[in-house]
Design a protein around this ligand. Structure first.
Ligand SMILES: C[S@@+](CC[C@H](N)C(=O)[O-])C[C@H]1O[C@@H](n2cnc3c(N)ncnc32)[C@H](O)[C@@H]1O
Ligand code: SF4
Length: 330
């Protein structure tokens, strides 16, 4: 019998951040409202999610997102609560909180996955994140964490996520090898997205010929990394999505099975099938939690059929295009 598919919930809990990345919506230097999630609502929802998971036999992975989630004060207690109920945990971090040994211990004890954002080598990464010395600091702390994971016999999986841009993509293979030497076990990438920082995007977005080169070099890089015990994730559909973006070709998705395998919850508690459709398909978490909690897949499917979001006519949701498709290890 095949295992029931896991449900992944990406939950943006804060819009505050300590870094100043010029490509990101949450750059700390931007004067914007900084809403944060309702920690009590998140805590109340935990047993409901756990019960649904128990009844359906489906594993749930909650992945905290920000801003910088590891700097949000309620997160540690919430994570203990979720983990205690059997919900798997993940988060994406800029790496700065890993300097604290208490945070590394907490992650080792309670989390299944940790994604660290690293966009380029040495001072190029520092410039892209607005902090001198950051690359060296993250290298030191991730390497420490990898050693501590081994010593503890922990299952915590270390993954790196790289934002690919015009000025950095040529060093992607070199960066992957560097990350492998830190103890990173999986590598994912995003193409630079444009909606958040229209002043940065035009001169830094990927060019069609760069993505064509990446596609041709991908299999050998993937195999080389596999020989080092590192998985380069992402399928052919993901690289095709990048190529279409560089050519300005929209990719229409008529039915992505919204809400069946993936949910996005933003800091206002709005649940949607992805990070692009909250305004069109979003449902308040309070409403879902009022009855027996389950992913509102039927309601999302009906919305996608009857009052389609324009986002679906050029779908940029990375999970729909197999960002996490596993590569075999040789
Ligand atoms: C918004 S950040 C939040 C988590 C954490 N602060 C970090 O930097 O990893 C989540 C991910 O989105 C990536 N990201 C931010 N802005 C982006 C953009 N314009 N295009 C593509 N990826 C972006 C980051 O590099 C990071 O991997
Ligand atoms: S560290 Fe993350 S959330 Fe903060 S500005 Fe950079 S990409 Fe955005």
């Amino acid at each position: 019998m095949t295992e029931p598919l896991p449900l992944i919930i990406v939950w943006r809990v804060t819009t505050r951040c300590n870094l100043a990345c010029p490509f990101c919506a949450y750059d700390r230097t931007l004067s914007i409202p900084r809403p944060e999630a309702d920690a009590e609502l998140i805590a109340r929802t935990a047993p409901q999610i756990a019960q649904w998971s128990h009844e359906t036999g489906r594993t749930v992975l909650v992945s905290w997102l920000g801003g910088e989630p590891l700097l949000w004060p309620p997160l540690a207690e919430l994570s203990r609560h979720y983990h205690g109920l059997g919900i798997r945990l993940s988060t994406t971090t800029n790496g700065t909180p890993l300097a604290r040994s208490a945070i590394r211990e907490h992650l080792i004890r309670h989390y299944a996955e940790l994604t660290i954002s690293v966009d380029a080598l040495e001072s190029t990464h520092d410039a892209l994140r607005g902090r001198a010395g950051l690359f060296a600091q993250v290298r030191r702390d991730v390497t420490r964490l990898a050693t501590e994971i081994n010593e503890a016999g922990s299952v915590l999986l270390l993954r790196a996520n790289v934002v690919l841009m015009r000025g950095t993509i040529d060093n992607f293979a070199e960066l992957c090898l560097e990350l492998a030497s830190w103890g990173i076990r999986e590598i994912t990438c995003n193409q630079l997205g444009g909606a958040d920082r229209p002043e940065f995007y035009p001169s830094n977005r990927l060019l069609p010929e760069q993505v064509d080169r990446l596609r041709s070099e991908w299999p050998s890089l993937r195999d080389h990394l596999a020989s080092l015990g590192v998985r380069l994730l992402g399928g052919g559909a993901y690289l095709a999505r990048m190529a279409a973006s560089t050519r300005g070709e929209p990719l229409v998705v008529s039915d992505c099975g919204p809400g069946k395998r993936f949910l996005f919850i933003d800091e206002t508690g709005r649940v949607s099938p992805c990070g692009f459709t909250g305004a069109d398909y979003g449902i308040p978490l309070e409403e879902l939690s009022a009855s027996s909690w389950e992913p509102p897949a039927e309601r999302f499917a009906q919305a996608q059929r009857c009052r389609r979001s324009r986002a679906c006519d050029d779908c940029l949701s990375t999970q729909v295009f197999q960002k996490f498709a596993p590569a075999p290890l040789s």
